[in-house]
Design a binder for this molecule. Structure first.
Ligand SMILES: [Zn+2]
Length: 440
């Protein structure tokens, strides 16, 4: 496997674009009142533990750092051992090994791992160490924007995506008012709300803004099929929220109607289309236990992709398990792009196979290879480690079967990890993050 070694060593040297993260800003990262289990089980692998049989009610106790670490470990040990074969499990073991010198997470190593991780977190510039030095990340696109915008820490190598869900799913009149006031609009009509949306979207991609794209996460709660509807239907839903305006905002069960959601999605798309923005869309597997996977099939976006041809639709998570549906969309639409974020840990094998097949069907300038998609920074390390190996493996297979020569495979690896996402998200306007193409 000489091609694999050559490809991996080249890819290991790249400073890559990380298309998607949920990391807190470094200044907000927990350094106290947390520990390795509380962090590593915030998401992902905790779901594999539940899937392996851990009762949901025990999970909360296991993640409570005020309780004894080893007692909590005992509670999950059989489920941990049952699930550590998954991409999520392997990612954590790789992270423990390469960041903290712990060979395998187990009852024997947990206390030492915890001590080393918490000591490392106490150091200055921890993000820079994990993301830039160890993981070779040039810049990460962080999901959701901290407010106020002016408050951003600039040395974190983070840029941001504007989540559009809040324009589709206000739960209460107070949401309208709070969001509106941030951009100087008092919201009393549907028109006002569209104006609020426009003012937010105007910030995306502008010269000094750290906002680089939009993001839609709606597939967690509804279908990705957004039918066109009349303004009158949407207005009826909108006004209904105002009927409840005397009720306290914590009142559960208030839900905005679907006509409003659809109307607002088309407004968001109209505004994004006029500006040629990139819209990241969650497709495929939903995090958490139990959901309607069919809501997140990327083909449900077909009407939007047809109507708004200037929007670059960056479809997330390999569409897993709708991997080939996503390939079809990217092949058939010039404005649909594949984003493998989260994918290399959902299933490393699915990621390798998908890439092998996509490269037979989809132009290589339409695929972004990596987004960590983690809520705790350490996980990004293990994820990029797997991503680099997966891409090297898929490309080596193409070299072995004679469909690519090695030079072409090397060039494509640069595109997937750097050039494609850089172009798609307009990251050229942050030259500081791309001073050198390689790690050292
Ligand atoms: Zn995410």
């Amino acid at each position: 496997m000489q091609a694999y070694d050559t490809l991996l060593s080249h890819i290991n040297g790249l400073r890559i674009v990380d298309t998607h993260e949920h990391l807190p800003l470094e200044r907000d990262m927990l350094r106290d009142n947390t520990d390795v289990l509380a962090q590593f089980l915030i998401h992902y692998f905790n779901r594999d533990l539940v899937s392996a049989g851990l009762p949901e009610r025990d999970l909360q106790k296991v993640c409570d750092p005020k309780r004894d670490l080893m007692k909590r470990w005992k509670q999950i040990e059989p489920y941990w051992e049952a699930a550590e074969n998954t991409g999520y499990g392997r990612c954590l073991n790789i992270t423990a090994r390469d960041l903290f010198g712990i060979d395998k997470i187990s009852g024997k190593t947990l206390l030492e791992l915890n001590a080393r991780m918490m000591a490392a977190r106490a150091r200055k510039h921890y993000y820079r160490w994990v993301l830039q030095e160890k993981s070779g990340v040039a810049v990460s696109i962080r999901d959701t924007v901290p407010t106020p915008l002016a408050d951003l820490a600039t040395d974190d190598a983070l840029v941001f995506t504007l989540k559009v869900d809040s324009f589709l799913f206000p739960m209460h009149v107070s949401d309208f008012q709070r969001t509106g006031r941030e951009v100087g609009v008092e919201v009393h009509s549907l028109e006002d709300w569209v104006e609020v949306t426009r003012r937010y979207i105007d910030r995306v991609g502008s010269k000094n803004s750290p906002l680089v794209c939009l993001k839609l996460g709606a597939a967690y709660v509804r279908s990705l099929r957004f039918d066109k509807g009349t303004r009158a239907e949407a207005e009826r839903d909108f006004l209904e929220l105002f009927q409840d305006s005397q009720l306290p905002s914590w009142r559960p069960g208030t839900k905005v109607g679907e006509a409003f959601q659809n109307y607002m999605m088309h407004q968001v798309c109209r505004l994004a289309d006029e500006r040629g923005l990139t819209l990241q869309v969650h497709t495929g597997l939903q995090e958490g236990s139990g959901n309607f996977i069919s809501n997140s099939n990327p083909t449900l976006l077909t009407n939007l992709c047809l109507e708004y041809e200037n929007i670059k639709f960056d479809l997330f998570h390999m569409g897993y398990p709708y991997v080939m549906e996503l390939g079809n969309m990217a092949k058939n639409f010039r404005n649909v792009f594949i984003d493998m974020c989260w994918g290399h840990i959902i299933s490393p094998e699915a990621a390798r196979r998908a890439l092998v097949e996509w490269l037979d069907a989809v132009p290589a300038n339409k695929i972004s290879a990596f987004g960590g998609d983690y809520c705790f920074v350490e996980g990004v390390y293990g994820h990029q480690y797997l991503a680099r190996r997966n891409v090297a493996s898929s490309l080596a297979q193409k070299v072995a079967d004679g469909t690519l020569d090695l030079d072409a495979a090397l060039k494509i690896s640069d595109w997937l990890f750097v050039d494609n996402p850089k172009r798609l998200f307009g990251l050229d306007r942050f030259p500081a993050y791309f001073k050198s193409k390689t790690k050292n």
